[in-house]
Write a protein that binds this ligand. Sequence first.
Ligand code: F42
Length: 321
Amino acid sequence: MFGIEFVPADPVLKIGYLAKLAEDAGFETIWITDHYNNRDVYSTLAVLSILTSKVKLGTGVTNPYTRNVAVTASSIASINELSGGRAILGIGPGDKATFDKMGINWDKPLTRVKESVAAVRAFLSKQQVNQAGFQGAQLAFSAGKIPIYIGAQGPKMLELAGAVGDGVLINASHPDDFKYAVPVIKQGAKKAGRNPEDVAICAYASFSADKNPAKAVEAAKIVVAFIVAGSPENVLERHSISADEAGSVSAALAKFDFGSAMAAVTPGMVEAFSISGTPADCKARVDELLATGVTQIVAGSPIGPDKERSIKLIGKQIIGK
Ligand code: F42
């Protein structure tokens, strides 16, 4: 199954146009990112609910720090009602860099995500909620069952996703990352007495497809640079990227020197942190990921050097095959 990510750094109606194109190309889920500095995720999903008719629509991902989870439950239930039952709630611990700027204290992210998933489920089934700090809060409407997917990378968050999530969204593109993550998720599910097959595993990958492989790689470089700069040491080691190589990318990004950051991105980094190349190259990587237990490939930024052309190309030459 294929999903696609859109970042509402673009105007909502432009995303609406691309979303319809993606639905027609055969993508089955559309994920919209949630960062305070971009367009609002629920306004975007509301417009997509009207402009599309089959595709599932998810927050990819929201968090319990910038939005009270009672409000999150009401928002996603509204999208479920508006879209005729197509909503998915993607929720994760959030992005520390943006929280620092908002003056938000990132306390106990694992505990917060765990409590939030339980609270949202209770809100969605119209129960009175007396947990996670709530004191008898209750939604005044019900809009049906909504799957909850957890954005996770660390081992404890992956295990939690296996224990309580309907699915997990993992920001990674390389089979080695999934050879590590999939058993951790399955173990979390088993420990919680669940069938591991019930947890959807999504590779939320940096994707760049074009007939010209050099153009595809070039378009992926700036996204890869940010991933390298944000990756913990153990992930860099897993992909044999030295601290020096990663340091050059981070130093350039810190100076907003995007040209030098892209120049410092090595072929090994592109290979580790993106799925990029011709449709045939991308298809080969997709097959490798599916073999690790991944159930959904999410084509994330940049999608390609020309988003419109790449969506059609992925539809015809990767999803269609
Ligand atoms: N973040 C956003 O803000 N917006 C997005 O649109 C977004 C999209 C997205 C899509 C897919 C995806 O996988 C991630 C995405 N993210 C997005 C990022 C996401 O919100 C997280 O930042 C990201 O998944 C990294 O989370 P993580 O799984 O690495 O979790 C962190 C918090 C971590 O450190 N986890 C540890 C672990 O092992 O999993 C556990 C830490 C722990 O145990 N903490 C204790 C606790 O109780 O929380 C407390 C420890 C103490 O000493 O206080």
